[in-house]
Write a protein that binds this ligand. Structure first.
Ligand code: HEC
Length: 588
């Protein structure tokens, strides 16, 4: 309930009272440990098999991987008391038929030897494929696959490609399915939660975010189960299992209690608490991983009523926690909002724009302000005016707007109509000046508050589609090149780029985040793997997650004593924690 909604106080601040609700009771942590070995039917140890145990009461999943000797072990502090179900993730294998699936964690040390059998049933194997494995198995030209994946929104953004591979629709029917999907708001919908943003467009000339939808539909009808096929007429090409250092991650999956939550973004505060924006509902959520307790607070939404036949879009997008522990959020409407956890209060600040970019810059300890962008000027498309503003977090005062539009493709450029023709993910350099990724013109824009000027730096690889990233302490901005399958860095001291290739093709890095040790973490759209680049050697580790995920953000918990990464799993209402216990964070 917004008791004080609309009460205006100084400098355009609105204060809203909120209702908080605790959603899950505390968990009891176990002792004693669980360990064992994973073997195939011939007794050969299997490396890189994920062993999952799921707490039947809380739904929480913890996974570890078998090492070179096939050995696995769950650390004590990751076990909770109670009944658990055991399962494995290793494409091409399943647990031997008579394996007991129940594990009661009761404080006593336990050992479980697990025998895996090779899967011969293609239908069962199909259920284990990641989207990337589908994509690399599908026949078709690189161009056909690029038409499918190289879009502002692609078919993997709300569900896995398995849904498409298993469908029996022909090209015309697939076109109607895509027409329906185009009515859903991507960031605020998943395969379970649908928010309608637009009425259906006519089927003729249906465009999937700038690509001819007919072409995509025709291609997909050649790889699914249409034509009365009961089996896929192509070999499945699998990604390798984790090996060596890739088997060292301990992964915990926390299900969010609110049903059909959609989580696009999260951030971690200095006490290790995880704040997440629920883009499916007007709620800000928080997980305290130590107790396993979730809390949530109703969030304001300043959007006007929606046109008939569409939904007034609910949800909280980008989340940035500042040094005071205040939680900045992109709520609905043309305002910037922050939540004060101690007071349990929202404050909202007006932005003089007609449309607000749903992202915010990070706010680090030394930062005095937070950046936001939006469209200023008339709503007429071609006269729009991409503008950056900085809000002083102390005084609540907004800077003058800086024009960014000069760098965007104009109507005579073929890329002008791409929906991502705007300044996308933003950050600030070490002096507090603005920078953002510009996916369509493919570069980074920097803007100075002092000179009010902005400069565009094109990526060395053209059409690399810089997506999301983060600046490190040495004043280098790391970002993902979604189309080029590369991680890149712009040294903000010298304005020089460096690019690091990833494999295989279509691993589609979404967000790049440096940690304090100099590694770069990146989520990948479609591979269910979290990537870690070592820029000194170019080596990339691929940590397989125990569950399907799609994450638009990667956050490092800098308060933890060992490497700890958080991912919001947008489409499955889960928060995923990845830990390298043997990797204490050095603080040199
Ligand atoms: C904005 C989220 C979103 C995106 C992006 C998306 N889908 Fe879907 N998809 C859904 C939802 C929600 C459902 C289930 C409800 C429905 O069928 O409308 C679904 C279901 C499907 C189904 C099963 C439909 C049926 O009738 O059984 C197919 C096939 C499919 N999607 C194909 C695609 C293709 C092809 C693309 C990319 C061109 C795509 N999807 C992109 C949200 C999405």
């Amino acid at each position: 309930m917004h008791e004080l909604k609309g009460t205006k106080i100084r400098r355009g601040l609105y204060i809203l009272a909120v209702t908080a609700s605790a959603l899950l009771s505390l968990e009891v942590f176990g002792q004693g440990g669980l360990s064992g070995q994973v073997l195939d039917q011939q007794g050969t140890p299997l490396e890189g098999v994920l062993i999952l145990i799921k707490n039947e009461q809380t739904g929480r999943i913890v996974s570890v991987s078998s090492d070179e000797q096939g050995a696995y072990s769950f650390p004590n502090q990751h076990l909770t008391l109670g009944n658990h179900t055991i399962s494995v993730r290793a494409t091409g294998f399943s647990l031997a038929p008579n394996t007991p699936r129940n594990v009661s964690i009761n404080g006593q040390p336990q050992e479980r030897k697990l025998t895996l059998t090779y899967l011969t049933d293609k239908d069962k194997l199909a259920s284990q494929l990641t989207s990337l494995e589908w994509l690399q198995s599908w026949p078709g030209s690189q161009q056909e696959k690029e038409a499918l994946t190289h879009n502002l929104v692609n078919c993997m953004f709300c569900h896995s490609l398995e849904r498409i591979a298993r469908s029996t629709y022909d090209a015309d029917q697939l076109l109607s399915v895509m027409q329906r999907m185009l009515t859903y708001e991507t960031d605020h919908s998943s395969a379970q939660r649908i928010q309608i943003v637009a009425p259906p467009q006519p089927l003729e000339n249906l465009s999937w975010f700038g690509t001819d939808a007919k072409k995509i539909a025709a291609y997909l009808a050649t790889v699914n189960l249409s034509n009365n096929r009961d089996q896929w007429p192509y070999e499945f090409k699998l990604l390798p299992r984790p090996a060596g250092a890739e088997t060292q991650a301990i992964i915990t999956v926390f299900p969010i209690p609110r049903a059909n939550s959609v989580v696009h973004d999260l951030d971690v505060d200095q006490d290790g608490r995880v704040w997440f924006g629920n883009t499916g509902w007007d709620y800000l959520g928080m997980l305290d991983p130590r107790s396993g307790q979730f809390s949530e607070w109703e969030a304001p939404n300043f959007l006007p009523e929606a046109p008939a036949g569409t939904d007034r879009i609910l949800g909280v997008q980008d989340i940035q926690v500042d040094a005071q522990g205040h939680v900045w959020a992109a709520v609905g409407g043309t305002k910037l909002a922050r939540f004060l956890p101690k007071e349990e209060k929202w404050q909202a600040f007006d932005l003089p724009v007609i449309w607000r970019n749903p992202f915010l810059s990070p706010v680090r300890e030394q930062d005095t302000g937070i950046w936001a962008t939006g469209l200023a000027g008339p709503s007429n498309g071609d006269q729009r005016h991409e503008t950056a503003y900085k809000l002083d977090i102390e005084t609540g005062k907004l800077s003058q707007g800086i024009n960014l539009f000069d760098h965007m493709p104009t109507p005579d450029d073929p890329y002008h109509s791409d929906p991502l023709n705007y300044c996308y993910m933003m950050d600030q350099d070490i002096n507090g000046d603005f920078l953002c990724t510009a996916p369509v013109p493919s570069g980074i824009i920097r803007a100075s508050l002092t000179t009010q000027k902005s400069v565009f730096y094109p990526t060395p690889t053209p059409h690399a589609y810089p997506r999301r990233g983060y600046r490190d302490d040495a004043n280098r901005f790391w970002f993902s090149e979604f189309y080029a399958d590369q991680i890149a860095v712009l040294d903000l001291n010298t304005n020089e780029f460096k690019e690091y290739p990833l494999t295989p093709k279509f691993i589609s890095p979404y967000y790049a985040r440096p940690d304090k040790q100099g590694y770069i973490w990146s989520s990948s759209t479609g591979s269910d793997r979290l990537l870690r680049l070592d820029p000194n050697t170019g080596e990339v580790l691929k940590f397989l997650m125990p569950v399907y995920y799609d994450a638009r953000k990667v956050v490092v918990d800098e308060s933890a004593g060992h490497t700890t990464i958080w991912l919001p799993s947008k489409n499955t209402a889960q928060l995923i924690r990845v830990e390298l216990m043997n990797d204490p964070v050095s603080t040199h």
